[in-house]
Design a protein around this ligand. Sequence first.
Ligand code: AFP
Length: 314
Amino acid sequence: MRQAGSTPLHVDLRRYLRETDEDRDLTRVICEVADATKYIINAIRTGDLGMAGTSNLYGEEQLALDVLSDRIIRKRLIHSGVVSCIASEESGEIQQIDPDCEQKYAVAYDPLDGSSLVDVNLAVGTIVSIYKGCDVLRPGREQVAAMYILYGPRTTLVYSTGRGVHEFAMNSLMEYTLNHENIQMSNGAAKIYSPGGQRSKYSSGTEEFARQLEAGGAKLRYSGGFVPDINQVLMKRNGVFMYPHLKNAPDGKLRVLYELNPMAFLIEQAGGAASTGKGRILDLQPRSIEDRAPIFIGSKESVALAERCISEAG
Ligand code: AFP
């Protein structure tokens, strides 16, 4: 097996997975999602931004793109033959695909996170969480893989199967080719921080954390899109993103299954940390697919500082 780190740049995703001896069926899931994004990109670039006229589980008006992106990914996963069940942020329920599920993969995904940003031409993304077996309602530490695709000025795909975090970029032929292998967060004080939610709703502990970040020279970088904001912390190998507990929303905003678990898996694989402010995100036991939790994610040092501030001041 080719050791990660010895692969030439620009090798394509499918070949990279094969040459790093990834499980064939898991490779199938990852590549089906990668292929689906080619149609999502087209929909974003040219599609109808009008409201779909339906609403998702959370009562949010579904943009046509949300619905379309969900449909594109769902169809490919269902026909892949290696998926046991699907949970999509847009549909709000778990769809059983194959009762013979032990050796198949359970997939939770947000087909187009940040879709409300498309009509102001900001970057959005697809987020995917993958478990082996029959169920997705499990702690994030049991994931076997996670990935996201970032539809920005460039389209990039980041994934991990538990053996490092690797970034691929889409070329002119719409193939994903290796760009960075084994991405590792650096330690040291945060140079950027990404604070979600209204500052006036922050707890004293979170307020103190933000104050200390700024005192340490961190600059605010926040787009309102979870995927680009996390990608910035990962690719700069430094910094912290937070969507904290708020006075009017003690569980914050972001969903455990579709957003927090996959990103926590990736950032931990890159040597960072992901916490609710009181404990590891990946140790949460989801009660329902609707679960939300506060998140502080990025450099280990910054996440540890957040936990100290919250432990001292709530
Ligand atoms: P939408 O998917 O509804 O646009 O929300 C995006 C998101 O879930 C996540 O991508 C962002 O980090 C977060 O919401 C931004 O929330 P605020 O708009 O409250 O800052």
